[in-house]
Structure formats: structure tokens, C-alpha cells
Design a protein around this ligand. Structure first.
Ligand SMILES: [Zn+2]
Ligand SMILES: [Zn+2]
Ligand SMILES: [Zn+2]
Length: 161
């Protein structure tokens, strides 16, 4: 099945990654393999739960929904989440202590989240200019950046309406 990648890169609410769970998982697996890694059962399951979640999910919510998959103990979940973050498939939003599936896996980026103080929703912004300047400025400071998540607080367009 061909997946269209055409999208408007200007809008905050237009993720580049497939919106369909199965399509996303397929792309995720290909990305993991390209990185010489393996998409294990637990990693896939955690990613699926994040994709199916309505908003940012906490680790213990994921744990509760694993249905006894593997040895579902907290360290297992955290290891899977760490792996998914390292591959760029998942981001952690520190201020919510929660995780979300990445909306922009097809291109390298720093994650910029618009977090609504009213509904607690978090939307990943397609922020290529911010990513580029963050990279340039951290590099100029002699700092080697491995990952960055920018958390912008405010009121989303639905709650403002
Ligand atoms: Zn992302
Ligand atoms: Zn994008
Ligand atoms: Zn809102």
C-alpha cells in the first residue's frame, strides 16, 4: 500500500508521520531496522499503545494496558521507552511526565510541543527553522546535542475558540 507523504509543512497540526497506526508501525519498523536495531514485541506494543492514546501517556498507564505482554515490569517499559526515544519514534514531555509518538519521524528535528494548559493536549509542531537554529547554536557553544524537546505552554486553538 502506497502511503502519501504530501502534507503542509506550515501547520502545527499536520504531522508528517502516517496517521494510520498500522502504517506508522510499518515505517517505525523500517526505521529501526535501518538503524541496525530490532523492533521487539514489547517495543512495538508500547509504540502501538502510544499511537492509540488520545494524548500524552504516562508510563504507568502503558504498564496497565500491556495485558501481561512479556515481563511487563516497570523497568521493561522504561527500557522500551528509552529505546523508542533514542530512535526518535517517541518523545518524552518532561513537564507532563508523559510520552507521545513522534509526528515527524521522516525528517530529523528537535521536538517542539505546544502544550495546552486548559485541556493538557500536546501537539508536535513541525518546527524545522527552530530545529536548525537550536542545532547551530548548541554547536556554536561547543555542546554536542543528542536530543531536545522544547515545551511551549499556552492555550490551544480549540480551547481558545
Ligand atoms: Zn518528533
Ligand atoms: Zn514534519
Ligand atoms: Zn486545549
Amino acid at each position: 500500500m502506497a502511503i502519501s507523504h504530501s502534507h503542509d509543512h506550515g501547520a502545527a497540526n499536520t504531522p508528517c508521520s502516517p496517521q494510520d497506526t498500522e502504517a506508522f508501525l510499518q515505517e517505525a519498523e523500517a526505521l529501526v531496522v535501518r538503524q541496525g536495531q530490532r523492533m521487539t514485541k514489547i517495543r512495538r506494543k508500547v509504540l502501538r499503545l502510544l499511537l492509540d492514546s488520545d494524548g500524552p501517556a504516562k508510563a504507568y498507564d502503558l504498564l496497565a494496558n500491556l495485558d501481561g505482554e512479556g515481563a511487563a515490569k516497570p523497568p521493561t517499559i522504561y527500557r522500551a521507552l528509552d529505546f523508542l526515544q533514542d530512535t526518535g519514534l517517541v518523545h518524552k514531555i518532561e513537564s507532563l511526565n508523559a510520552y507521545v509518538a513522534c509526528g515527524h519521524t521522516s525528517h530529523s528535528h528537535s521536538a517542539v510541543f505546544l502544550i495546552c494548559d486548559t485541556c493538557k493536549g500536546a501537539e508536535e509542531l513541525h518546527a524545522t527553522a527552530t530545529s536548525a537554529s537550536l542545532k547551530a547554536e548548541t554547536h556554536a557553544a561547543g555542546f554536542h546535542m543528542t536530543r531536545a524537546v522544547v515545551e511551549v505552554r499556552g492555550i490551544c486553538r480549540n480551547c481558545a475558540a
